[in-house]
Design a protein around this ligand. Structure first.
Ligand code: AMP
Ligand code: MG
Length: 482
């Protein structure tokens, strides 16, 4: 039924623990991603049958699957843990899509593994649907991300301070290799394994790379681009530990993530991120820090001489700032309707952000309403600002800059509306949808929101999907108890 072509399972045994998922009591399909199934070359109708749901729940290991839990380590909030690993996930195997892309199929919440460290190995319906929704939203926004193929309720309870319904998510990723996977072997002094992993990562993600140095550089470029894309839509990952930093450059592990409402670079939602380590504006620095940990793990492969290896690593990582700035400023330019970068654009963009901070403007809507303002209708933009002083100073500068643009107005308008989403998964709507799904067993709000976030660049038919929380939610927090 699923044409597996596994490559990770061919790696040496110390890369994983082989074990099947733990069966659950009463699987029930909550959500199946038909478009993704088709993209993967899978038979969606077959996945929706009773036998298919048994597979998605972990009750039935399909032919060709080689279930395993992957080994990895990681820095969590700056502290190294040499032994993390899949504590509640099982990689079923890999498929090669009709388009020729290799994809992992992983069950998350599939029961305990040797890496569970006292955890139950399970996931709850709320966080599973949250990851489903937000990862689909990110994909629709054009941001590299793991995807969600299915969510299945287990019919069992899990305890998260209180009993809550359990679920299994089928996660699809280009791979689940992380910075922490390299750290796992480097911490053990197992250079042979690091070399094997480098070869595996290059074959899967960076076929043009010739060696560990190239790999480091290309991961850096992708991660710099990724974090810029996050920031251009106001996304805060929330737990950018090195084990949540994918070698493929995909967004992975939607735990305490959230989208910012009013622009404030110090925004942090995660209840456990007391120091604001993973706050919005700090994300580039943290990705850079994570890449330095990858570089450390690769050191023995960069040069025989340690000083020389360190020099190579530093030289590569020194390119991070330029990579990030190019992606960030290029993206801001598109958001502002500027097709050709010019001197002064950076200051223009920064000053808009400063005006948004001073004016309490909603990040998403302030950018979205720029298209109308460019066409001579500034009222919707002004409406986003409580304090307009800085905005009023900024508008004539921007209009002067736009006048120097060669793009015809209609093309500019289309380009701006395609760079500035109208719909993001608003925190209050996500909470309402999950509440209805978990407490009321009602998936209708979830499905309606999912449909809306899948068309982020269209003005939504129902204006609630494009609007900030009417009650405001200044104390909004996200929780790691996933
Ligand atoms: P995360 O915060 O989801 O990135 O997870 C960090 C580590 O904790 C990983 O090694 C996970 O496998 C493990 N973990 C998270 N939740 C559980 C759970 N409920 N049971 C067992 N391990 C878990
Ligand atoms: Mg993780």
């Amino acid at each position: 039924m699923i044409p597996f072509q596994n490559s990770y399972a061919r790696l040496p045994e110390r890369f994983y623990a082989r074990l099947p998922p733990t069966p659950v009591a009463a699987p029930r399909l909550l959500q199946l991603n038909l478009a993704l199934a088709t993209e993967l070359g899978l038979d969606a109708a077959a996945l929706a049958t009773e036998a298919g749901v048994q597979v998605l729940a972990g009750n039935l290991v399909p032919p060709g699957a080689e279930p395993l839990a992957q080994a990895y380590a990681g820095h969590q909030f700056g502290h190294f843990n040499p032994q993390l690993g899949d504590g509640r996930a099982i990689l079923l195997g890999e498929v090669v899509t009709p388009g020729g892309h290799r994809r992992d199929l992983q069950l998350k919440g599939s029961g305990p593994t040797p890496w569970s460290r006292g955890g139950d190995g399970r996931a709850a319906v709320g966080p599973v649907l949250r990851e489903y929704l937000v990862s689909e939203a990110m994909h629709a926004l054009g941001i590299p991300t793991t995807r969600a193929l299915a969510a299945v309720a287990t019919g069992e309870e899990v305890f998260r301070e209180i009993p809550v319904p359990g679920a299994v998510l089928t996660r699809v990723a280009a791979s689940h290799l992380r910075v922490g996977t390299f750290q796992y072997f480097a911490a053990r002094g197992d250079t042979e394994a690091v070399r094997t992993l480098v070869d595996h990562a290059i074959a899967r993600h960076y076929p043009a790379a010739r060696d560990a140095r190239d790999l480091l550089e290309q991961v850096m470029v992708r991660q710099a681009g990724l974090v810029a894309q996050w920031m251009l839509v106001g996304f805060i990952h929330g737990v950018m530990n090195t084990d949540n930093c994918a070698i493929s450059g995909e967004t992975i592990d939607y735990g305490p993530c959230a989208f910012m409402d009013a622009y404030d670079p110090n925004t942090v939602f995660s209840s456990i991120d007391h120091a604001g380590r993973y706050r919005y504006g700090q994300q580039p620095r943290i990705v850079h820090w994570n890449l330095a940990r990858l570089a450390e793990a690769l050191l023995p492969l960069l040069a025989e001489d340690t000083d020389q290896a360190v020099a190579i690593a530093q030289q590569v990582l020194a390119g991070f700032g330029d990579s990030f700035q190019a992606a960030w400023l290029g993206g801001l330019g598109r958001k502002l309707g500027l097709a050709e970068p010019r001197e002064g654009d950076e200051a223009l963009a920064q000053d808009l952000l400063a005006a948004m901070a001073a004016g309490g403007a909603d990040f998403t809507l302030a950018f979205r309403t720029l298209a109308a303002a460019a066409d001579g209708d500034p009222a919707p933009l002004r409406d986003q600002f409580l304090d307009r002083a800085a905005l009023e100073e900024w508008l004539p500068r921007w209009h002067a800059r736009l006048a120097a643009e060669p793009m015809p107005p209609a093309a500019r308008r289309a380009a701006m509306l395609a760079a500035n989403p109208a719909v993001i998964p608003r925190n209050h709507l996500v909470e309402q949808a999950l509440e209805a799904a978990v407490a009321g067993d009602d998936l209708a709000p979830f499905e309606a929101l999912l449909a809306a976030v899948r068309r982020p660049f269209e003005t939504p038919a129902d204006p609630r999907y494009g609007a900030p929380d009417p009650d405001g939610n200044p104390g909004f927090q996200t929780f790691c108890g996933t």
